[in-house]
Design a binder for this molecule. Structure first.
Ligand SMILES: NC(=O)c1ccc[n+]([C@@H]2O[C@H](COP(=O)([O-])OP(=O)(O)OC[C@H]3O[C@@H](n4cnc5c(N)ncnc54)[C@H](O)[C@@H]3O)[C@@H](O)[C@H]2O)c1
Length: 434
């Protein structure tokens, strides 16, 4: 393929070297004439293992050229990859000036072209940026003459060529089959799962990946700081911690939903925070967890209040299905808040039998929902009578069946647990994060 690459920094240079190695023809474009001159001579403007061989090879075979002339590069190619910088502005928001400037340049280049052109944005940008780029292009060129996609880069400096060849996945954010086809063609030789998603989704995924990596580093460092003060070797502890790929390093607990709760998580997070405080160790990531959990309850209450309903049924009171443990159940706190806001609540939870509650479990309920008995219904259909909203808090197969079978009684569902992957027909459906 004939590809122009805008921005010859780390991402652009590595991409140019690897694409030419894989048989494509590349024109590199940069506003910095020094970088252009270096590429023209087969020298890399960045230090990266492997590049020092790939670049001169590509230039010698005339597969790689470089220019400061954007319009000429667009005219000579079918696809433009935008790899310009998106540095942080003073307040932390990304500066997208380079991205939009390149889009203007590409748009002007399109006016002289008779064949369709594909713009592939690779710089890390916030959701909505590809749409803004599309609007820039549409100001200059007929919409049928160009296609756009977002395709984030996952290379890490220092191992960039290796990472380019073995990415975790290839993300293509587009609604246009022609753009998808072009991106697939570029990476034909790369073995990685391909995900075609909405442009905004793809833009967010890139930020989530980097933020998650930062969360991991910070969590490990907080463990290291605490370990030091407790006289414990944090590397040995983390080796064992990481060997659990069932719960610790796994997709478990990584689905958006309602707040965590139960008899262990809130108590043990709080104990660890106090251990750190006692030892004078700063653990801001861990310390923010109760606040984050509370924010999830607050925003759920706010969503429900916005729905302007008075009579509400809640399916599932315990913090998860098939247990009657109500201690620290965030649903108990949710119900308490809704009652405080004057809402009429009925609760159905087949695992909870109030007569059998005892010990700390009973104390928690006495403290938070002293009138639980009057709220609980044994029969789900009874619980649904006359309600304007059903809140489901547990991913319980029986709940799905009840909702499907009693649609006229269930007008509106707020799903906190991912009970439905697709909105059920015939009811107004709201997902907590979907
Ligand atoms: N560096 C990484 O490891 C990495 C990894 C993945 C994603 N990213 C993202 O990729 C993007 C590029 O990162 P980078 O580290 O390669 O940036 P960089 O700063 O190294 O390179 C950007 C290049 O773009 C050039 N440029 C600016 N305006 C231009 C224009 N109008 N036309 C042509 N060239 C122009 C600059 O002169 C510079 O050479 C950023 O959004 C970054 O967040 C970076």
């Amino acid at each position: 393929m004939k590809i122009s690459i805008f921005g010859l920094g780390y991402v652009g240079t590595v991409t140019a070297a690897c694409l030419t190695r894989d048989g494509h023809e590349v024109v590199g474009v940069d506003v910095n004439p020094d970088k252009v001159r270096m590429i023209q001579k087969g020298e890399s403007p960045v230090v990266e293992p492997g590049i020092e061989k790939l670049l001169p090879d590509a230039v010698a075979k005339s597969r790689l050229t470089a220019t400061t002339d954007a319009a000429a590069a667009v005219a000579a190619t079918d696809i433009s990859l935008v790899c310009v910088g998106t540095p942080a502005k003073e307040k932390g928001t990304p500066n997208l000036d380079h991205v939009f400037h390149v889009c203007e340049q590409i748009a002007r280049g399109l006016s002289g072209k008779s064949t369709p052109h594909v713009l592939v944005l690779r710089s890390t940008v916030p959701p909505g940026t590809l749409e803004a780029c599309e609007a820039v292009l549409a100001r200059h060129a007929d919409r049928a003459r160009f296609h756009v996609a977002f395709n984030p880069e996952f290379l890490r400096e220092g191992s960039a060529v290796r990472d380019y060849d073995a990415p975790p996945f290839t993300i293509i954010g587009t609604n246009e089959p022609a753009a998808e086809k072009a991106v697939r063609e570029i990476y034909k030789t790369i073995r990685a799962p391909v995900f075609v998603v909405q442009p905004r989704e793809s833009e967010l995924i890139k930020y989530l990946c980097n933020t998650w990596h930062a969360v991991k580093v910070s969590f490990a460092n907080e463990v290291g700081r605490l370990g030091c003060q407790l006289g414990i070797d944090a590397r040995r502890v983390m080796d064992v911690f990481l060997s659990d790929t069932k719960l610790n390093v796994s997709p478990v607990y990584m689905r958006p939903g309602f707040a965590y709760g139960g008899s262990c998580l809130p108590k043990d997070v709080s104990a660890l925070i106090h251990m750190a405080q006692d030892k004078g160790v700063q653990m801001p990531v861990v310390s923010a967890l109760p606040q984050s959990n509370q924010a999830q309850i607050d925003s759920t209450v706010a969503r429900i209040l916005q729905m302007r309903v008075r009579k509400i049924a809640v399916f599932g009171l315990a913090f998860k299905a098939n247990t009657d443990d109500l201690r620290e159940s965030p649903v108990v706190l949710l119900v308490k808040r809704l009652i405080g806001e004057g809402r009429e609540i009925r609760i159905f939870d087949p695992a909870v039998n109030q007569a059998k509650l005892m010990g700390t479990n009973l104390n928690y309920i006495r403290e938070n929902l002293p009138h639980l008995e009057s709220l609980m219904k044994d029969d789900p259909v009874d619980a649904l009578k006359g309600v304007e909203l059903l809140i489901v808090t547990q991913n319980h197969g029986d709940f799905r069946k009840i909702i499907t079978e009693h649609k006229p009684a269930v007008k509106r569902v707020f799903d906190l647990a991912g009970l439905f992957s697709e909105p059920p027909e015939g009811v107004e459906y709201h997902g907590i994060a979907w």
